[in-house]
Design a protein around this ligand. Structure first.
Ligand code: PLP
Length: 368
């Protein structure tokens, strides 16, 4: 019943609930400057365009945001979509022909899987972050005209980070392009929050980045592809979700644009989130829990049993901590978990309260 943020009021009563399940990594979803930018854009540019981009749905703010996204990622150009789901749905079909090949991590996000389904390229699925398997598949794929390796930069269920250095080395060796989905990395991974490619020092080796404006970058909506100019030009001509879907509304563009300004001015917000993530991960590990992944604000508390994850999440809410249990089919059988997500706007006290609640609830249900 309230805005998105670290503290929520739930419909039907509960106030002061501490929220640990949003993708609001930097706390920008309700940032006053982001909201003000949305209101200003709404007033100046209207509620919406009633048009797709290429007819009469492009305003100066759309072009400015695309330019800003490209600058943020240090790429040549960018193209906006209504969502990153759309960006992923559009790219593979536009880029790859039946003569080409796409090699995809088996745990890639559903939208990458669907995007790949829509294209006619030859499909190879390699085992999750398994470089031997990727190399074997790249060898097999040498017979095709062009190879594209597609991976999430950070995987949202496990909080683990793709080995991009190794992926880029293999891509170089076997003449492949690299595509990353940075939805759970843009804005906060890497020294300046540019993402997984910055964190791992391969910004110049990853060709295509898709990401969302609906998580760390203000949390409103929207997605994009950024990369070489000829690729972006091609997408403007051929990408179906771009060609056949309405333009992003001005208020949404205003939010994302302000969020990027804030991040380009200073990396203090991203740094503060990293410190809080570290606090949560180390305290939970000391309490005896197993937290999957490393250094990522997605902190999956591994429990194994689906029922345990669900009753523990319920009991956490009774203690004022909002977290969600994930079980099959969202994650593999026997790997149920409660996914905790840390935000820059959590206080140290919020984090400590979460750890205390987990410890109590974990003891009560025999998880510790
Ligand atoms: N890719 C990944 C890895 C995601 O986690 C998500 C969102 O859930 C998407 C793509 C889709 O992003 P959007 O919400 O902008 O459609």
């Amino acid at each position: 019943a309230s805005r998105q943020g670290p503290h929520l009021r739930l419909a039907g009563g509960g106030a002061g609930i501490i929220n640990f399940c949003a993708n609001n990594y930097l706390g920008l979803s309700s940032h006053p400057e982001v909201i003000r930018a949305a209101v200003e854009a709404l007033e100046k540019f209207g509620a919406g365009l009633s048009s797709v981009r290429f007819i009469c749905g492009t305003q100066s703010i759309h072009k400015d945001l695309e330019e800003k996204i490209a600058r943020f990622h240090q790429r040549e150009d960018a193209i906006l979509y209504a969502s990153c789901f759309d960006a992923n749905a559009g790219i593979f079909e536009a880029l790859l022909t039946p003569e080409d090949a796409v090699l995809s991590d088996e745990l890639n996000h559903a939208s990458i899987i669907d995007g790949i389904r829509l294209c006619k390229a030859n499909k190879y699925r390699y085992k999750h972050m398994d470089m031997q398997d990727l190399e074997a598949k790249l060898k097999e794929a040498q017979k095709h005209r062009l190879r594209l390796v597609a991976t999430d930069g950070a995987f949202s269920m496990d909080g683990d980070i793709a080995p991009l250095r190794e992926i880029c080395q293999l891509a170089q060796k076997y003449d492949a392009l690299v595509f990353i989905d940075e939805c759970h990395a843009t804005g906060f991974l890497g020294p300046n929050g540019r993402g997984t490619d910055e964190l791992l020092g391969v910004m110049d080796k990853v060709t295509i980045v898709n990401s969302t404006l609906g998580k760390a970058l203000g949390g409103a909506a929207g997605g994009y592809t950024t990369g070489p100019k000829p690729l972006i030009d091609l997408l403007r001509q051929r990408s179906r979700p771009y060609l056949f879907s309405n333009s992003l509304p001005p208020a949404v563009v205003g939010c994302a644009s302000k969020a990027l300004d804030l991040l380009m001015e200073s990396n203090a917000i991203a740094q503060s989130m990293a410190a809080k993530t570290q606090r949560f991960r180390s305290k939970m590990t000391a309490a005896g829990f197993t937290i999957s992944g490393k250094d990522h604000p997605i902190c999956p508390v591994m429990l194994g049993d689906a029922r345990l994850a669900s009753v523990m999440a319920e009991d956490m809410l009774n203690r004022g901590i909002y977290v969600i249990g994930f079980s099959y089919p969202v994650v593999p059988k026997g790997k149920a978990r409660i996914r905790v997500q840390i935000s820059a706007v959590h206080s140290d006290e919020d984090i400590d309260r979460c750890v205390e609640a987990f410890t109590e609830v974990g003891r009560k249900h025999g998880a510790l």
